[in-house]
Ligand binder design. Structure first.
Ligand SMILES: Cc1cc2nc3c(=O)[nH]c(=O)nc-3n(C[C@H](O)[C@H](O)[C@H](O)COP(=O)(O)OP(=O)(O)OC[C@H]3O[C@@H](n4cnc5c(N)ncnc54)[C@H](O)[C@@H]3O)c2cc1C
Length: 398
């Protein structure tokens, strides 16, 4: 459905993306759920068509004419619609990496022009550091005009297929989070290798990789944003890690948008399956006449819409240069939670059809879980919101 609160330009985006999701992603959803780690060749055709459209001046006018101010809301709307189609396939589309969001949020003009259009994944998580990202051990040491990177990163989305990786590393682990910086490492750089690919519960169309950095040398200018010096005053130090964390204010609304798209997909499919069975919506009926299914669906629709509005707001704030950290986490927590709840409830409502591979509901429920985990789990989002509401620091509230 076209959202009435959105300006015309974004309604057009919504329509275009929904069509791509319905006619390009959905028909190959099951194929790449089964063929884990196989590159989705049809997506390559989609990308070539999009590139050709760009060159010939055709394509989505709403994107071309959009000034930078509405970019985040535009991205959320696009992701929502594409993930109505298929989350895993969307993640497998070149240029959609979370590293791209990092480059766009904190990269300098040279970095944006050099790397902005390459496919960049984001490597933060390590065997010993997940939610506690300030505990990373991957090290970066300056040697002449090069950084030397050593360490292991795990569960990197698009880690195998991307062109480059934004890697979080520490300049001095003993100094804690103030010494953490991010670096752009290009594929093919000696010392950088993909050790293995994960087999997963969901989003199987997207690759998830373990990356090894063994004396990997990169140019000095590949330090993303931030300062080279590790010794700095407390204020500068706070800003430096804050710069890295700022990426999340940008990416959390995107992941939340993905969860909303998936939630809507599950609800739409449930209604379609119920209609095939002869079930009729009776929304005008008094409470005593409503069926249990109708009550469930109404509650889920309302929760989804509440999450949607919260997420749109967090992206709009970002577009208008307003601090959105609390809203980004609120939206991610709410959308992740409701996306999980809706997709499982829809499996339950449709029972055999929900559980069967004849339909995509069971796949939606598997794909949905990750949206409540990566870019910060449900519990971590709640912690961030609590800190802000109670005005506590990360040291006060762990
Ligand atoms: C498919 C997939 C793709 C991923 N893609 C990427 C990627 O592209 N880049 C990347 O860097 N990482 C990626 N990750 C890693 C992901 O970000 C982490 O899994 C996530 O941050 C949680 O870390 P963890 O798994 O180590 O769990 P832990 O941090 O060990 O947490 C385990 C549980 O404890 C809870 N918990 C932890 N700390 C607290 C606390 N203080 N209070 C309350 N509860 C707490 C968590 O919410 C969680 O439920 C991916 C993971 C998966 C599964």
């Amino acid at each position: 459905m076209i959202h009435p609160l959105l300006p015309n330009q974004l309604q057009k985006t919504q329509e275009t993306m929904r069509m791509a999701a319905e006619f390009i992603l959905r028909p190959i959803s099951r194929k790449y759920d089964k063929a884990e780690h196989e590159p989705p060749v049809e997506m390559e055709q989609l990308n070539q068509a999009a590139a050709a459209q760009k060159e010939t001046g055709m394509g989505d006018d709403s994107v071309k004419s959009m000034d930078l101010k509405g970019r985040n809301l535009w991205a959320v709307i696009s992701l929502e619609q594409m993930c109505w189609g298929d989350v895993g396939l969307f993640l497998a589309r070149p240029g959609t990496g979370l590293g791209n969001a990092a480059i766009s949020a904190v990269g300098n003009p040279d970095q944006k022009s050099k790397w902005g259009k390459r496919w960049a994944s984001m490597a933060i998580t390590e065997p010993g550091a997940g939610s506690d990202s300030k505990n990373i051990s991957t090290a970066a040491v300056l040697d002449g005009d090069e950084w030397v990177i050593n360490g292991e990163k795990i569960y990197v989305t698009d880690g195998d297929r991307c062109d480059c990786v934004v890697v979080w590393a520490t300049l001095n682990k003993a100094m804690g989070k103030t010494a953490i910086r991010s670096f752009i490492v290009e594929k093919g750089t000696p010392g950088f290798s993909v050790a293995r690919l994960e087999k997963k519960l969901g989003i199987r169309a997207s690759d998830t990789a373990t990356l090894i950095f063994d004396n990997c040398r990169i140019p000095r200018e590949n330090l993303l944003g931030g300062k080279e010096e590790v010794e700095m005053d407390a204020d500068a130090a706070k800003k430096s890690f804050g710069g890295a964390m700022q990426t999340f204010d940008n990416t959390r609304p995107m992941v939340a948008g993905m969860a909303i798209g998936l939630g809507q997909a599950a609800l739409d499919m449930t209604r379609a399956l119920l209609a095939e069975e002869g079930y009729e919506d009776n929304f005008g009926a008094s409470m005593g006449q409503q069926t249990a299914i109708q009550y469930e669906l109404e509650m889920l629709e309302a929760e989804l819409e509440a999450a949607r509005l919260l997420v749109y707001k967090s992206a709009w704030m970002m577009d208008n240069k307003m601090p959105n950290s609390k809203e980004a986490s609120m939206g991610k927590a709410k959308a992740g939670r409701i996306g999980n709840r809706i997709s499982l409830k829809c499996v339950e409502i449709c029972s055999m059809q929900g559980f069967s591979e004849d339909h995509l509901l069971e796949k939606f429920s598997r794909d949905s879980k990750i949206l409540d985990i990566f870019e910060g789990t449900q519990q971590i989002q709640q912690l961030i919101v609590a800190r802000q509401v109670l005005n506590k620091s990360s040291a006060d509230l762990k």
